[in-house]
Design a protein around this ligand. Structure first.
Ligand SMILES: *Cc1c(COP(=O)(O)O)cnc(C)c1O
Length: 404
């Protein structure tokens, strides 16, 4: 018996070590054990420069002290008192987000998809009360809003059309940046237009600023709601607190997630008072607005709204853009898309999956949202030295793939 207990741990764990983890994605056989800033460490002690950061989630990098401290302090004070009561972090975070966005009411949620479900419900409520039962929401081709049934139905991700039929009805798809197509799609059944200011999962495609301004004017004129999904673009990712600020217009409803919790599960549904029509019982959930996650959100917001923080994000975004442009020129790649620290490199060849694998073998984590595109979502606190290091590794990866 003692011999089995004292057996040394396998250096290369057998593949069946992962057997109980539901196999929902192709994962490399690595187990991560710790992280700090832009760096992750696996169970074998190898370190990786992380330009994925939990999918644009860890906006302050891995395990930032201020977030760990906020969580520890709140955990000792109060973890959960039920959503049937107010709690301090819930109230403070809601008022911070309301003030910063110009929207009036905030519902804290646990995931982006859940916040978007709330946005869809709010829009339908608006239709029931103010537009004779209208319920249709116009969404964008290639858009991404989550993986619940309604948010999959709202998404325009290719390959999803045939999945999990029957879909939730009531979503009409139009091409991004085509105001005329939206105008043509509006009927008496329409309640809202819903979109991402930058389509992240699709491969980083921006809604043009004139299009966003035109859409704001059009939705106002037709009396329908504008819903912005800022789950990936919000909380400083594009160099302003919210991406809609670049267009100089405000939505009626907005959703936040990802960066809001700095790595912990926290999302939010925000609504202008005129669009905020839930009655008691319409919306809720066991963990909504729990003090532990709300305390994390407060710590993140406090840090991101410090003077100079967002200016530095914009600066790092410019530096990363220029570095990627130089790299693209050297390797015959195409344009850099995106804004701030949500950027993509068009490789012009379908080598993204191989680039991601080879980069990981060389200690760099990047993401390939399309066969021909690499996406960069580093910590908002990434340094120019880390950007330089990333480019050195990516340079060697692209050199080897181009020659191969
Ligand atoms: C990630 C994402 C979602 C879904 O958020 P989850 O927390 O994964 O449910 C929705 N919309 C956008 C734009 C996203 O990037």
């Amino acid at each position: 018996m003692m011999t089995t207990l004292s057996k040394a741990p396998a250096i290369h764990p057998p593949p069946d070590q992962f057997e109980s983890v539901m196999d929902i994605a192709r994962r490399p056989p690595l187990t991560f054990v710790s992280g700090q800033g832009s760096w992750l460490t696996d169970a074998e002690g190898r370190t990786y420069l992380d330009f994925v950061q939990g999918w644009a989630v860890n906006c302050l990098g891995h395990s930032p002290t201020l977030l760990a401290d906020a969580l520890a302090a709140q955990a000792r004070r109060l973890i959960n008192c039920s959503p049937a009561f107010y709690n301090e972090p819930m109230v403070r975070l809601s008022s911070r987000l309301a003030r910063a966005s110009g929207l009036h009411h905030v519902f804290l949620a646990n995931s982006g998809a859940e916040a978007n479900e709330g946005a869809i419900k709010l829009a339908r409520k608006f239709g029931a009360r103010q537009r004779n039962g209208a319920f249709e929401i116009i969404t964008m081709e290639h858009g991404f809003h989550g993986r619940t049934l309604a948010t999959m139905s709202a998404s325009g991700k290719s390959g999803w059309e045939q999945l999990f039929e029957p879909k939730v009805p009531g979503f009409v798809k139009v091409p991004l940046n085509d105001l005329a197509a939206i105008e043509a799609a509006i009927t008496p059944r329409t309640v809202a237009v819903m979109l991402e200011p930058i389509q992240g999962e699709a491969g980083v495609f921006e809604a043009d600023l004139p299009f966003l301004r035109g859409l704001r004017a059009l939705t106002r004129e037709r009396g329908i709601l504008l819903i912005l999904d800022e789950i990936q673009t919000g909380i400083g990712r594009t160099g302003s607190l919210f991406c809609f600020e670049h267009a100089g217009t405000t939505p009626d409803i907005m959703t936040l997630g990802k960066g809001l919790g700095g790595g912990v599960p926290l999302a939010a549904l925000l609504a202008h008072r005129d669009a905020s029509s839930f009655e008691h019982g319409d919306q809720g959930g066991t963990f909504n607005g729990n003090p532990l996650m709300a305390a994390a959100g407060l710590a993140v917001i406090d840090e991101i709204m410090k003077p100079g923080f967002l200016a530095r994000v914009a600066e790092a975004g410019d530096y990363l853009t220029r570095s990627l442009q130089a790299l693209a020129r050297r390797h015959g790649a195409g344009a850099i898309r995106g804004r701030g620290l949500l950027l993509a490199l068009d490789l012009k060849r379908n080598i993204a999956a191989r680039a991601v694998d080879l980069a990981r073998a060389r200690g760099l984590l990047i993401n390939g949202p399309r066969p021909d595109t690499i996406r960069f979502m580093p910590s908002l606190t990434v340094t120019n030295e880390e950007i330089d290091r990333m480019c050195v590794i990516l340079d060697s990866v692209l050199a080897d793939l181009t020659l191969a």
